[in-house]
Design a protein. Sequence first.
Length: 225
Amino acid sequence: MTKLIYHGHSCVEIKHNEHTIFIDPFIEGNPLSDLKVGEVKCDFIILTHGHDDHFGNTLEIAKKNNALVIAMVELSDYLYSKDIKTHGMNLGGSFNFPFGKVKLTLAHHSSSLPGGVYTGAPSGVLLTLGEKNIYHAGDTALFYDMKLLGEMCRIDYALLPIGDNFTMGIDDAVKAAEFLNAGTIIPIHYNTFDVIRADPNEFKRKIESVGKKCLVLKAGETVDV
Ligand code: NI
Ligand code: MN
């Protein structure tokens, strides 16, 4: 059993068998979030990069749940210094965790914590859970190597930023979906702040016009993967 629950911005919860994995748990300060930090339960957290709208409430949630945080090695080292259980990785590397496989993929963006702590390169995340592959692009520009990801892995679900300004906008994300050849596309990283306003229905129309499926999720909405 695998369920994907969207929590606004780039925050995604994945339940797979007895495990709960949070990607980019930005909850406090996220106007789209349907969660309360104190109520989050998970055993794993995966971070795409150090920016506050992704790192979010990682420290508090990881401590409270004794969760393992999987992230780029520099970001992981920072968390380790805060007494968090971590597993550091780097771009292109995969590792089998109790819930499934994680591969950190390229992302063309930047990464640091508020205050300027260096947190390595940003990444995307390719998750293999049973037979299904889920790609969370993190924050990124469009790049041609997404085609390689799609060639080497059948991506069932691709979560792609569409908000523009800091990441791909709608048209670049449509091209990304074509490169990835993903089964179903879920837009993320939009409408959280004024500067990343984007119409997910325009994105859906454009995705459908290239013959692909698009799911626009509300915060709190669940998909059976
Ligand atoms: Ni960012
Ligand atoms: Mn961001």
